[in-house]
Design a protein around this ligand. Structure first.
Ligand SMILES: [Zn+2]
Length: 417
């Protein structure tokens, strides 16, 4: 299974470059490219071979301006720039707390043409500033500036009768037409942004039949929080991936370990950030602010704070990771977990080491042995974990979250679809 790392922060560029052999590609959000086009484009040029796609982020237009503003009350610069690239006055339509409807979105042909041109002009973006030349000189220019395919504008829909569903599908079809008219050899791909809750088999069939002419499909399961998920939702996600994989190459946007297991239903790739973006909801989180540093505990398939990890490793040393980063830093001594606080980039390297192994393990996926393993990890460690002082897994009162999710996963993965 492939890992396409989602690029989120300029500060991560160096570590991504160091980890490049562990990943298979990149996903570049369009607003980040719009805001910091020359450096982002130069970053892409710094690889000998790093396939990428550009997430057009058009669902942001379903938000009100109030959701997308900076502290001064203006539309965030990255989003404003992206909007201006797509359409001359779409940003002006965003006002106050008013949400746009499908009819406010510009003419499909016009809009798709701009979105196409935007994704297929990374090279020009890299060359707009002379300062960028130094990056190009330093890292060479081996990487292609052409995305793997073009992603059509997409919007979140609540049901298949939602007009946003129809609009997203029509934009996808329009992009197919544009791709063949342009003749650059680029296919049109789609992001299908939906909730895996409350879908019935009929709706799943309808989505699959509506999208059967597409060869690249990227499902984004809204708010698919793997730590808090019901087996029925897992089953729905598996059914969708299975149906779509019948005719298209499917890669999951925003995935943790659980959605990686849809490799068994045919998913070819997942994408997520460096320790963040394992799942994402429609709602926009305010920019800035540091994420707390967390350690990925391989057996738990989940992150814990460094202080939690310290506790856990002292009680159960067999949970310590033996990837090269951890072996070198921990030296077999759980006291050394604090050293990660000084070198947070090592937390990311460790995570990508483990994730690479998990992705490779999907090639020999065995449903029953995974289900058995998940239940056995729960049986062995749940009591221990749920009684720890556990501020990063607080539920309510004195209830702390333990490893219940592993049993939900086992139930959802085990069920026949
Ligand atoms: Zn490790």
């Amino acid at each position: 299974m492939n890992i396409n790392l989602r690029f989120g922060l300029q500060r991560d560029k160096e570590i991504i470059r160091n980890l490049q052999r562990k990943i298979d590609g990149l996903v570049i959000p369009a607003h980040i490219l719009a805001y910091q086009a020359p450096v982002t484009a130069a970053f892409l040029s710094s690889f000998a071979n790093m396939p990428f796609i550009i997430d057009p982020m058009t669902y942001l237009l379903q938000h009100s301006k109030d959701d997308l503003t900076n502290n001064a009350g203006d539309l965030r610069a990255s989003i404003a720039k992206m909007c201006n690239e797509y359409h001359f006055d779409i940003a002006k339509k965003l006002t106050g707390n008013r949400q746009l409807g499908p009819s406010n979105i510009p003419n499909a042909k016009h809009f798709c043409n701009h979105v196409y041109d935007y994704q297929n002009s990374v090279e020009e973006k890299a060359n707009t500033k002379k300062a960028i030349k130094k990056y190009l000189d330093r890292y060479g220019k081996g990487n292609s500036f052409t995305p793997r395919f073009i992603i059509s504008p997409y919007f979140k829909f609540d049901s298949i009768s939602d007009p946003w569903y129809t609009l997203s599908l029509n934009m996808g079809k329009m992009m197919q037409t544009i791709c063949s008219e342009k003749g650059d050899g680029l296919d049109a791909g789609v992001i299908i942004f939906l909730s895996a809750n409350n879908l019935d088999d009929g709706e799943i069939e309808k989505i699959a039949s509506d999208y059967e002419s597409f060869s690249h499909i990227i499902p984004w399961f809204d708010g698919f929080d793997e730590m808090d998920i019901q087996p029925a939702t897992i089953v729905n996600a598996r059914k969708i991936v299975s149906k779509l994989s019948g005719f298209a190459e499917v890669e999951i946007l925003y995935s943790g370990f659980l959605l990686m297991t849809t490799a068994a239903e045919g998913a070819k790739a997942v994408s997520h950030g460096l320790t963040y973006s394992q799942h994402k909801s429609f709602g926009v989180t305010p920019g800035g602010g540091g994420m707390p540093e967390r350690y990925y505990i391989p057996k738990f398939r989940a992150f814990r704070s460094l202080s939690q990890t310290d506790n856990i490793f002292h009680m159960r040393r067999e949970l310590m990771c033996h990837c090269p980063v951890c072996d070198e830093l921990l030296q077999g001594n759980p006291d050394n977990i604090v050293l990660f606080a000084d070198e947070p980039e090592k937390l990311r390297e460790h995570f990508i080491n483990v994730r690479r192994q998990e992705a490779d393990d999907m090639e020999s996926f065995n449903r029953q042995s995974l289900v058995t393993e998940l239940r056995s990890v729960y049986d062995t460690y749940h009591n221990l974990i749920s009684k720890l002082p556990n501020p990063d897994a607080f539920l309510s009162g004195s209830n702390m979250r333990g490893l219940e999710y592993l049993n939900f996963w086992a139930d959802g993965i085990e069920r026949a679809i």
